[in-house]
Design a protein around this ligand. Structure first.
Ligand code: AMP
Length: 961
């Protein structure tokens, strides 16, 4: 309620009472005052101890009274079209006048008149409209004063202001106060909407006024909020609710940020909810709680729900042979211990076939039933397996978040989701030999064959041990001959005529141990003059004899006198130089190919003698296949041609899985060529550089094992390589590594790493053992040193050994007993082996057979690769990480990234606003991750380099052994 005018008790009487607001002006024909109203500024009346000042009129004895009292101009607030007029007055009881009250009245009239301007004292009755006749509720008697209060409404006001006037028509009355006011609905906030103070009631004759509101800060509403203000100044019927925006909750008519650890995802007036499990506790105002590290939401998971981790690995993976003969086994496992909080666990099974350390996918040869992926059950039936081959089965547990987690999200301490099992279908015993028979005989030879008990599938190749001796019971010392055969038949020559021989044949297991069941028989050569008609010449039948061991054994019992099998001796490498005519060596060791059978397709490299091509070899009687073709440039000398072809005469002597295989040579035509098997992945150093940090240690150690196996083969053949380095190892599609580069002059001419030493030779210093550098003592032990460097190159993903130290610095450091430090993430056992390879005393270095069996052991128990060698980033990425190439600090982020070979991330740094080295130094691991470096190897390289940058005090001497 707002008062426009009020007339209350005041010391100066009625007129002056309202002088503060509006003057009341008298009009009329009264003598004593303009309109017969009297101002009792002095005639005070006392009511309950208070003094009253009034305008009075009391002409009760006179006829035709028409006394007027008018207020001053009352200005109206534009929206206040309805005002209340509250009057306090006294009316005297007409009966209290004796006799003279014939014309006495007990009422008076209230009038109003609208105007746009103050018209001063001009007064015209005709301008006023009657509002009401005012009658007292209580009239005042002679002795008792009664004050009445009456309120009337003046409606439909539309002009700038108005006047009120009081008409007395013969009453005896006093006006004590006039209060003029209008009503408002007060400013308010209802349902998160704020409404301004509003004048009550609508326009002319409208009871309600519609008022638009505004949503509070951080609140919104679909419909704009409204409310109605009644004539009585009350708010009614709010329409259109405001609700707090995501991240805010309603508290005391405001929207407040969700507290840390709480979130609100939607527009609503709900309270913020506690962040679900496995989420990050974000700061206040969270719309959602992001998953904590290593926890994820599947695309179908509600964004407001909990996050789940990846399942841990399936447990207790076992293989049970179900039908050996049908090549069947069953894999079964138990569900993962930790399902990551999900129930949608499924499994996939990967089968790889391993020969040695080289593994390749089993492909469609092997059947997995019911399926290889999407398995809900914890078992799978595997069939069509070949016996004696190692199969590695990897069972991976998946859940709804697996796919999501693999999309570049970092793996930190997450447990692996896979279980791996390597198994093979082994016949516990080799096939059983059931019968032996004599096929042919002569005076000096016997042709025998034997049968084995049929079974499915037959082992791929069974070897047999045939032992024979003369059937001479009387001899104390017996000579036995043992043959290891790859076929179930043999022709034995050089026997004595007319002599009985005892034969025993036994099948061997793939490992070479004899089977329990053997068969013995006795056959006799022909006696002179009694020859069989169909005897064939000695050696006419194909006898695949691996080895003949002649043993002299003292034995009394003739029937139980066969010796155990002996290890097979190996060939020795023949230096083509020992041939007077090198062409003879080529003829002996390499097969000639007609150039029309060779198609060159594409240049893949450049050798010392000419280009290297990828091509196709399509020779009669051979399977068509991809080959590498080394060519000899035109304009060569005869010496160069011989040097070029010498590589083939060396390579042609080798036959091993881990030595590059020679297919043949073209020597009889103008353009000499060496044709070898094609290695799809090219040189190992480049292969690794391209996959920096992306391959697990297990795989890297597998590659080393292959190289070591190749080197063992070479050392067994007494061949010293002299230039063993990752650049001279080739990698095929199955990631098998093969040793290559056998040219006689290769170290001298071919290898760009070759450096002339004081002794005149050209040596790849950083790969070469100190004794070989110092006095050209090249042995398998010096190859072992180089193998250690290759191991380092492999673990460091093709990093250059000793980085950009000069050869001179390298030699000096080695002489001072410094050794390369462990590469990042290098298993401790692997680094220990490297250090052993780099022992100064070559006799103490491990030999290749030791290295092969150690690596084999590590691969068989992957646990052994878990312990990681100490890695000191300051030395491992020493030079590039601490300063620019000239030793001064890096001038730019891109210069630094280039030095650590991480230039591919330049843009990520720039986009993230990291543009100065100072900013780089402030970065934490999580920042590096956040700018988009996802590969763990890269992440570490960058993080370690920053560590190194922070500590520039390190020196090379840190890696002293
Ligand atoms: P080389 O003269 O033996 O060092 O060969 C030069 C380059 O040719 C090597 O670095 C390889 O990139 C490539 N190369 C040589 N032999 C083969 C092969 N058998 N298969 C694939 N690439 C090869």
């Amino acid at each position: 309620m707002v008062a426009i005018a009020s007339v209350v008790e005041n010391t100066c009487g009625f007129k002056s009472l309202i002088s503060e607001l509006y003057h009341i002006v008298f009009f009329g024909k009264c003598r004593c005052s303009e309109l017969n109203w009297l101002s009792f500024s002095h005639g005070e009346k006392i009511l309950n101890g208070s003094q009253l000042y009034t305008y009075t009129v009391c002409n009760v004895g006179e006829h035709e009274q028409d006394n007027w009292l008018r207020t001053t101009f009352i200005q109206r607030r534009p929206s206040a079209s309805r005002v209340f007029v509250e009057l306090q007055f006294i009316v005297r009881d007409c009966n209290s006048f004796d006799g003279s009250s014939l014309t006495c009245k007990e009422t008076f009239n209230l009038f109003s008149s609208e105007s746009d301007a103050d018209i001063g004292t001009s007064f015209r009755k005709g301008q006023f409209k009657k509002v009401a006749t005012i009658a007292p509720d209580e009239i005042t008697s002679r002795n008792e004063l009664r004050i009445n209060t009456e309120t009337r409404v003046v409606e439909s006001l539309s002009r700038k202001g108005f006047y009120l006037a009081f008409q007395d028509i013969g009453a005896c009355m006093a006006l004590l106060s006039v209060r003029v006011y209008y009503k408002t609905c007060p400013a308010t906030v209802k349902s998160l909407a704020a409404f301004p103070e509003t004048v009550a009631g609508g326009g002319v004759n409208q009871a309600l006024r519609e008022v638009a509101g505004a949503c509070a800060k951080n609140a919104v509403s679909e419909e704009s909020p409204r409310i109605y203000c009644t004539m009585d100044g009350e708010w009614v019927v709010p329409v259109g609710q405001c609700q707090c925006m995501p991240g805010y909750e309603a508290v005391n008519d405001t929207c407040r940020d969700c507290q840390p650890g709480f979130f609100k995802a939607f527009v609503s007036n709900d309270a913020c909810e506690l962040c679900p499990v496995n989420t990050k506790q974000l700061s206040s105002g969270a719309l959602l709680c992001l998953c904590a590290e290593d926890f994820y939401r599947a695309p179908d998971d509600p964004t407001t729900g909990p996050c789940s981790g990846l399942p841990s690995a399936p447990r207790e993976l076992v293989a049970t042979t179900t039908q050996l003969a049908a090549g069947k086994l069953q894999l079964s496992w138990s569900p993962p211990e930790d399902t990551g909080g999900r129930s949608d666990i499924s499994y996939s099974v990967e089968c790889r076939r391993c020969e040695g350390t080289a593994c390749q996918p089993c492909g469609e040869k092997v059947r997995l039933e019911p399926a290889s992926s999407g398995l809900m059950d914890t078992r799978v039936e595997v069939s069509e397996l070949e016996p004696h081959l190692n199969y590695t089965f990897t069972v991976e547990a998946h859940s709804g978040v697996s796919l999501f987690a693999s999309q570049g999200a970092p793996r930190s301490n997450r447990p692996p989701s896979t279980s791996t099992l390597t198994t093979a279908l082994h016949y516990t015993d080799p096939p059983k030999v059931t019968s032996m028979r004599l096929d042919e005989r002569s005076l000096t030879s016997l042709s025998l064959s034997w049968a084995v008990a049929p079974r499915r599938p037959m082992p791929q190749s069974t070897r047999y041990k045939l032992t024979y001796r003369k059937k001479d019971d009387n001899l104390d010392v017996t000579t036995y001959t043992v043959l290891i055969l790859e076929k179930s038949s043999v022709q034995i020559s050089d026997l004595s005529p007319g002599t009985a021989y005892l034969f025993r044949v036994q099948a061997l297991s793939p490992e070479g141990s004899p089977g329990g069941s053997s068969i013995e028989d006795e056959f006799e050569t022909l006696t002179e003059g009694k020859e069989d008609g169909h005897i064939s010449a000695v050696g006419g039948a194909a006898m695949l004899m691996i080895v003949v061991v002649v043993l002299l054994i003292r034995k009394r019992s003739a029937t139980n006198s066969f010796p155990p099998p002996q290890p097979l001796p190996l060939k020795t490498y023949v230096d083509p130089h020992t041939y007077e005519d090198p062409n003879m060596a080529i003829l002996k060791f390499a097969s000639e190919i007609h150039p029309s059978h060779v198609t060159k397709q594409k240049v893949i490299g450049a050798g010392e003698f000419g280009e290297v091509y990828r091509g196709i070899l399509k020779a009669p009687g051979r399977k068509e296949g991809a080959v590498a073709i080394k060519t000899l440039k035109p304009g060569y000398s005869e010496k160069q041609r011989q040097d070029f072809l010498s590589e083939a005469s060396i390579m042609g002597q080798f036959s091993h899985q881990n030595i590059i295989r020679l297919e043949g040579v073209v020597t009889k035509f103008k353009h000499a060529m060496i044709v070898t098997e094609y290695m799809e992945n090219g040189a190992l150093d480049k292969y690794l550089k391209d996959r920096d940090g992306e391959m697990p240690s297990f795989q890297l150690v597998g590659m080393m094992h292959g190289i070591a196996a190749g080197m063992k083969y070479l050392s067994d053949m007494s061949y010293v390589h002299r230039d063993l380095a990752a650049r001279n190892i080739l990698v095929n599609n199955n990631l098998e590594c093969k040793v290559s580069d056998f040219g006689l002059s290769r170290v001298l001419e071919d290898d760009p790493e070759g450096t002339y030493t004081t002794s005149g030779g050209k040596i790849p210093i950083r790969w070469t053992a100190p004794e070989a550098i110092a006095y050209r003592k090249f042995t398998s032990a010096s190859d072992v040193w180089s193998f250690g460097i290759v191991m380092w190159e492999v673990m460091a993903f093709g990093e250059r050994p000793y980085w950009d130290m000069s050869n001179c610095e390298v030699m000096k450091a080695i002489n001072e007993a410094f050794r390369l430090p462990a590469p990042m993430d290098c298993p401790s056992a692997v680094y220990q082996l490297m250090l052993q390879c780099w022992l100064q005393d070559r006799s103490k270095r491990p030999r290749f057979p030791d290295i092969v069996s150690l690596l084999d052991k590590l691969l068989r128990s992957p646990e052994s690769l878990k312990a990681i060698a100490d890695f000191d980033p300051r030395v491992s990425i020493r030079l590039p990480s601490t300063s620019g190439s000239d030793g001064s600090p890096f001038r730019s982020v891109s210069e630094w990234l280039e030095s650590i070979k991480m230039s591919q991330y330049s843009e990520n740094f720039t986009c993230a606003g990291v543009v100065t080295m100072d900013q780089v130094l402030q970065m934490k691991n999580v920042d590096i991750k956040n700018i988009g470096v996802r590969l763990p190897g890269h992440l570490k390289r960058i993080a370690y380099s920053i560590l190194g940058l922070k500590d520039q005090t390190s020196t090379l001497s840190v890696f002293a052994v």
